[in-house]
Design a protein around this ligand. Structure first.
Ligand SMILES: N#Cc1ccc(Nc2nc(N)cc(-n3ccc(CO)n3)n2)cc1
Length: 279
């Protein structure tokens, strides 16, 4: 029997910030099941008025995500104004910048592994996310090694599809081939973005190519340049393989998981004790 559930979202006044085309607010939804009231924190993403014209790709992204479920995929409750589960610690890039490099390597590898797992899930479903980045990774659990809890991330919605966004401001997250011919891009573009996100995770959440103007970012791709390599060579290799300009040379998500596992089991402490601080 379909339980009669009445949903009501109350909206907190101040907005929490902005996505690229959206304003985000914290709210709460009240479900009434069999007369029993149940409150859940939610995050509301409202499409900016000026971007009303791309509402269909906004809804397309949201409805796609509301059709599949995975523990590391963000729950989207509704797509009229995109009501999302409120994720306690917010976007990963801001969290890492706040933590100023005091995050252990094991924590970063754990988060990278979770992202690789959800990437594998999407690959098996033949779904291209198209917007993998540290700001779209939400931290549901902070993780504290002193009490033995590990971090837990949720990959956010793709947001406005790549075709609509001014792809230049998505360099170096958007794969080069997507700039060339948006209609041809496939699964491999998420591998490229995984590499960029891995770079962000090991660089304190700093935005790559920060300060470059769109023209200079375009030249970065024209000249087939790479992001500055981290000191840890095995990590640099993995980032480099994901950020291959030829999509066919990028590893599969299973290949990424295998390589991450070998990083996790390698004795990066013994290699270079200082490594675990700034890798
Ligand atoms: N201080 C603080 C703080 C801010 C937000 C959250 N929670 C949250 N939950 C979501 N479902 C989505 C998001 N987003 C944040 C940026 C975007 C753009 O995509 N989404 N933040 C938690 C703490």
């Amino acid at each position: 029997k379909a339980s009669h559930v009445q949903k009501k979202c109350s909206l907190q006044e101040e907005s929490l910030g902005r996505g690229s085309f959206t304003r985000i607010f914290k709210g709460s939804k009240t479900d009434i099941r069999e007369g029993e009231r149940q409150n859940t924190d939610v995050l509301l993403k409202v499409l900016d008025g000026s971007y009303k014209n791309c509402w269909e790709s906004f809804f397309e992204a949201a409805s796609l995500m509301s059709q599949i479920s995975h523990k590391h995929l963000l729950l989207v409750y509704g797509i009229n104004i995109m009501v999302q589960e409120f994720v306690k610690y917010g976007a990963l890039d801001l969290f890492l910048r706040k933590k100023q490099g005091s995050v252990p390597v094991s924590w970063k590898l754990d988060v990278a592994k979770q992202l690789a797992c959800v990437l594998n899930f999407l690959e098996e479903k033949k779904i291209v996310h198209g917007n993998i980045s540290a700001k779209n990774l939400l931290l549901a659990r902070e993780g504290d090694s002193s009490i033995g809890t590990s971090p837990f991330i949720k990959l956010s919605d793709p947001g406005i599809s790549v075709a609509v966004t001014v792809a230049l401001d998505r360099i170096p997250w958007v794969a080069p081939e997507v700039l060339e011919a948006p209609e041809t891009w496939g699964m491999e573009c998420d591998k490229w973005s995984f590499g960029t996100t891995l770079w962000e995770i090991f660089n304190g959440g700093k935005a790559p190519l920060q300060g470059l103007d769109p023209q200079q970012k375009l030249m970065f791709y024209e000249n087939h340049e790479q992001l500055p390599s981290p000191k840890w060579t095995e990590l640099a290799d993995l980032i480099g393989r994901c950020m291959e300009y030829d999509p066919a040379l990028r590893p599969s998500s299973r290949g990424i998981i295998r390589q991450l596992n070998s990083l996790i089991t390698s004795d990066y402490e013994l290699l270079d004790p200082g490594l675990s601080a700034h890798a």
